[in-house]
Write a protein that binds this ligand. Structure first.
Ligand SMILES: Nc1ncnc2c1ncn2[C@@H]1O[C@H](COP(=O)(O)OP(=O)(O)OP(=O)(O)O)[C@@H](O)[C@H]1O
Length: 594
């Protein structure tokens, strides 16, 4: 990695003889600084603003002075201290750097009287630090720190992560080896302090990618507006380089290409599988992993979603879980690439879906039928519009609003018993047998086609203990919705259904829950529009619309009376037929913020 040379400062500018070049006086690695350096280190204010770029004034009243009291707390303990030239600073400037146990890189300009203002980088925002020999002849080395703190752009009210890199020249010793060693010591310590803290959460095991690590990046060049490859080269690849994450890029050529690759490929060579595309490609990957003979191990391979599609619901959800404000396009991609560079991963629930015709699917995002699914499918042709495709689709579907008839049953979250432990006899309400449902014949219950290929390794797949076969009524402790006419039925297991649609704000990656929404027939078009507009902020339930129902569930069954429209699984189309599903808690792993 080359040291940063900012625009306007040519590499040749600083080239001088070794004796003149090596003016900084850095102490040996880990040594307690002495003399003037020590005075400077101790004079640093204990409370310095984080992430403030160099040369910005310090906090009012926080100017360090010779009489300032030394820091006491553990977090203020200085682990390394040294004075280095900042590359690219104009005019040329040296900085006293202190690396503290509290994960701050404190910087104070020196060489001017009084001492210059101080600033600090919060290493929690740091994705990497590289050290090396300066390319120019001479003994100097360097280390570069790469941070992505939140900053407010002039174009946007909400702060987003933006790159902040600093390169320091190490030139204290006459010998190049010594300078390089010192630069590497700093880089190593900075990387150590920048490593994320693994959250401790009862019953939840988080993980951290190893370093160095090698990831597989699957990229759909047709996703969203068709710029995924360009975004990879301009934004993702440089960040991976800064974080020292090696990658293999695989660009898909057709639908199911990624699925075939992960179904058959040797996954042991990669520490994680990242998907730069929409949710559809990740759906392929999840199901491809489940089709492997070693699916139990394969599905635990950390996955990563990098938004390159039009919906990017999982990326938006993970951004939301990290406490970040809503982000779009490059900002969202930067946030998600940042998570990947930090390497923290969390368990994620998957939903196992079974259809009456014998299909078994694994879903990480949503299952739907009716209005929302129709918008998703009908707006496919407006993919070039990016996220705006859903607005166009919503307006279109509002014009030709349809009613979907069927029977919806579910197991609410509070009821936790499985079929085996539940009272066995079906309830009065549910005592009739499929294919008749509340007097309506279920004409569309399909049978597995003779000779249709069996799903691979079906026998060893995880059981769905909450579900019973379709030819039996749902267990009696389930709830069946009395109404049978709907505008939309949508079970979502993440917070967002699109980058600006917060459908289930309280959802979590591993809450063991599906958030089931159903909208009964009778709602006006205006009412429906209001719901969708409120969904942008996740306030749709506050409208108290009598037609909109929400219930967190563990399992559901949907028995359509007619094969109206298509269903969707993670945004991908599914032929309309009876479907049931249940949550499998913490079934796979996904790169996430803490
Ligand atoms: N090279 C390719 N050409 C055409 N289609 C592809 C290719 N690679 C993958 N696909 C298919 O494209 C579909 C949509 O992909 P993806 O989810 O990446 O984008 P999107 O639909 O724009 O995003 P979102 O799902 O967030 O709306 C998937 O079903 C996938 O199988």
């Amino acid at each position: 990695m080359k040291p940063e040379t900012p625009p306007g400062v040519s590499r040749g500018q600083g080239a001088r003889s070794p004796s003149r070049r090596c003016r900084s006086r850095a102490p040996a690695a880990g040594a307690v600084p002495a003399g003037a350096s020590l005075a400077l280190a101790l004079a640093l204010p204990r409370q310095v603003p984080l992430d403030r770029p160099l040369n910005e004034p310090a906090m009012e009243g926080a100017q360090p002075g010779p009489g300032a009291s030394p820091p006491h707390s553990d977090s203020a303990e200085v682990l390394l201290h040294g004075v280095f030239a900042l590359l690219g600073a104009a005019p040329k400037a040296s900085y006293a750097l202190s690396l503290t146990r509290g994960r701050e890189l404190r910087m104070q300009r020196v060489g001017s009287a009084p001492a210059g203002p101080s600033a600090a980088l919060d290493l929690a925002d740091c994705i990497g630090c590289a050290a090396g020999r300066e390319p120019r002849p001479g003994p100097a080395a360097y280390f570069s720190v790469f941070c992505y703190p939140f900053r407010k752009g002039w174009w946007d009210a909400s702060p987003s992560r933006q790159r902040l890199a600093r390169t320091f020249r190490v030139c204290a010793a006459q010998e190049a080896e010594d300078n390089l060693k010192l630069a590497e010591t700093w880089a190593g310590k900075i990387r150590e302090l920048a490593a994320p803290r693994i959250p401790r959460q009862e019953g939840v095991t988080w993980g951290l990618l190893p370093r160095p690590c090698h990831i597989l990046v699957l990229l759909n060049p047709q996703s969203g507006t068709g710029h995924a490859l360009q975004l990879f080269h301009s934004l993702v690849q440089p960040m991976l380089a800064e974080a020292d994450v090696a990658f293999t890029l695989f660009v898909t050529e057709r639908p199911n290409h990624a699925r075939e690759l992960v179904r058959a490929g040797d996954l042991s060579q990669w520490d994680a599988v990242a998907v730069l595309a929409g949710d559809g490609l990740l759906y392929e990957v999840v199901n491809g992993l489940m089709e492997r003979e070693d699916w139990q191990a394969a599905i635990k391979k950390p996955l990563c979603t990098l938004p390159g599609g039009s919906g990017n619901a999982l990326s938006a959800s993970i951004n939301h879980y990290a406490g970040n404000t809503q982000a779009f396009r490059k900002e969202l991609l930067t946030n998600c690439t940042y998570f990947l560079c930090k390497g923290l991963y969390a368990p994620m629930d998957l939903v196992s879906l079974s259809t009456a015709s014998g299909k078994r699917l694994f879903s990480f995002l949503s299952f739907g039928w009716g209005f929302i699914s129709d918008v998703d499918i009908a707006s496919e042709k407006y993919r070039q519009l990016g996220n705006a495709r859903f607005t166009v689709g919503t307006i279109q579907q509002l014009a030709g609003l349809k009613v979907y008839k069927g029977r919806l049953s579910y197991l609410p979250m509070e009821t936790s018993s499985s079929v085996s432990s539940a009272p066995g006899s079906p309830s009065e309400q549910n005592s009739h047998h499929v294919p008749c449902s509340n007097g309506h014949p279920l004409h569309i219950l399909p049978q597995p086609a003779p000779g249709a290929p069996e799903p691979p390794h079906k026998g060893s797949w995880p059981e769905d203990p909450l579900l019973v076969p379709f030819d039996q009524p749902v267990p009696k402790h389930w709830t069946t919705v009395p109404e049978e006419e709907f505008i939309s039925i949508f079970a979502i297991y993440q917070s967002h259904v699109g980058a600006d649609f917060t459908m289930a704000p309280t959802a979590k990656l591993h809450d063991g829950s599906m958030h089931l929404f159903y909208l009964k027939a009778g709602v006006s078009r205006l009412g429906l529009l209001r719901i969708f507009l409120a969904m942008e902020k996740g306030t749709h339930l506050d409208l108290n619309c009598p037609h909109l129902h929400y219930v967190p569930v563990r399992a559901f069954r949907l028995e359509p009376f007619t094969s109206t429209g298509l269903m969707t699984v993670d945004g991908e189309p599914l032929a309309c037929e009876p479907v049931q599903g249940q949550v499998h808690n913490q079934f796979c792993s996904i790169i996430s913020g803490s």
